[in-house]
Design a protein around this ligand. Sequence first.
Ligand code: WTA
Length: 653
Amino acid sequence: MEELRTFEASEKFKAEALVRDRSMYEAAAADRLAFWAEQASGLDWVEPWSEVLDWSDAPFARWFVDGKLNVSANCLDRHVANGLGDRVAYYFEGEPGDKRTITYAELFAEVQQAANALKDLGVKKGDRIAIYMPMIPELPVAMLACARIGAAHSVVFGGFSAASLSDRIIDAEAQVLITADGGYRRGAPSMLKGIVDDALQSTPTITDVLVVQRIGDAAEPVNMQEGRDHWWHDVVPGFSASCPPEVMDAEDLLYLLYTSGTTGKPKGIMHTTGGYLTQAAFTHKYVFDLHPETDIYWCAADIGWVTGHSYIVYGPLANGCTSLIYEGTPDTPTEERRTGDRAAWAKDRFWEIIANYGVTKLYTAPTAIRTFMKWGTQWPQGQDLSSLKVLGSVGEPINPEAWVWYHTYIGGGRCPIVDTWWQTETGAMMIAPLPAVTTLKPGSASGTLPGISAELVDDAGQPVGVPGGGYLTITEPWPSMLRGIWGDPQRYKDTYWSRFPGRYFAGDGAKFDADGDIWLLGRVDDVMNISGHRLSTTEIESALVDHPAVAEAAVVGRDDATTGQAISAFVILRGGVTASPELQAELRNHVATLISPIAKPADLAMVPELPKTRSGKIMRRLLRDMAEGRSIGDTTTLADPSIVPIIEEALNG
Ligand code: WTA
């Protein structure tokens, strides 16, 4: 493949783009708060703010102080009032091939019915609602219904286990759970309600469960507990499609989203109303160069992650854009292509969807792109992808090879790629190009967006020069920043604001190249990134030692060509327990059951010892070297260097 060093949008793309020069960067640099105020004024406010930012209680920010608005009203009511009720909000493509088209007017009506149903269940402003659903349209409906009545949602990714679901429900003290009987994945129903029933055995706060019927009688019977469980279709359509939006303060909680940190306990990241919506809408509009009248936009993430929250639900709807929601995986068959052998399935479902709907903007993750590379170019080449205009990437660093492949075979050599760096905590994109302005380099996320200021610092917190490498920090508060960790303000300060005083520490390493462009280098803490999913080493270690056969465990993320990182586990068995392939499989499955199949270790070695420093700290770096088949570097800090060959033997044997 020809080496591609830089890329600029075509003259035609530039001529039609929303932002064609650097004046927006200049305006934001000249007066950051005025810039954000201007972006916020694009929303509908019930009452204006008195102050753009109150940072007097740092690191606890208040944006658009005293401003009042409702997020669902901004996503629905104002578009319908502006005559856009017939515009499609979502095209839904189910995995089995079923399709739905939902206009803004229809979404508006269903959200209000669902909001009235929640009210009838006793939900009030300030309550928390847990949501555990597959990728079906009722998921955004449920989120918007919460936002409409001022209840905060806590969406739990549908791939999480019963234990993970109940932990999150308990921490948030959620009162109602919205779920579904199941969803379709990999050509078959994947049932959720049984997992819900298990989870709810330990959640005293849940009084009611609304259950969407997605699968129906096709699979196993669904248990509905009298008085607690209600079918969505029995309840919601009976309510009035009129529910006035609750007037919310700009700083009222919009949602919690749990994410992995460096300890075993997931953090409930708090996002509020005015600042969050401002930055989600702003970034979605300009980074994708959105033309809502003509664009068909598709973010292929799951709504259970922050990417789906900000770029399937809130950003796109605030911008009145038409989005696509796809339920399944990229290689799942439509009815006519289904065979028993997954390897034989057609692997062009994504490209077929793009061709059928005329998708113009696609947002996906490097791990998906690397999988498509592995499957081969024949799949995209068999479909008409000429509608595509901008391609997005998120979730992990995109390696230059994957960037070039994405650009060549999906983007037809024509589409700018926007590599967007951000986090659950940042709420919206922070570092990303503007497609008609930035000179793109494969593998670099380019620079901070207007209104965002980042610096790389060394161990001592001193800014590094250009070129240079260091820890990524954000130096000024931003509108969609997390407002804290649910129930744990001290952990918020400790995790993000204490390592480098006065700076937000993202946990990522990065470098500046000679032009000052930023290249993200991955996490520098004990957080792993598996296929773009965040998992903590400690969380998985806790799951392993939860098993009666395990005395001690260490987990590292090793490099993997497809998933970015893969989980390597090392366990010491308890006395009297014998190592066996069956036990190895059982331990890996134990993690899948306790956390999620995405957390299942790719490999697991049963070792007699773990490498520890004299102070008893496990040397993960050394384990990573071993897992990646590298020769071991310096072992002088080890308490007992003689264990290295023993572990290596266990690993290879
Ligand atoms: C990583 C996902 C490099 C990073 C939106 C960050 C990235 C973590 C990129 C957050 C990118 C995300 N380039 N790395 N474009 N985007 N990351 O909370 O390590 O699931 O800290 O949010 O993903 O993951 P999270």
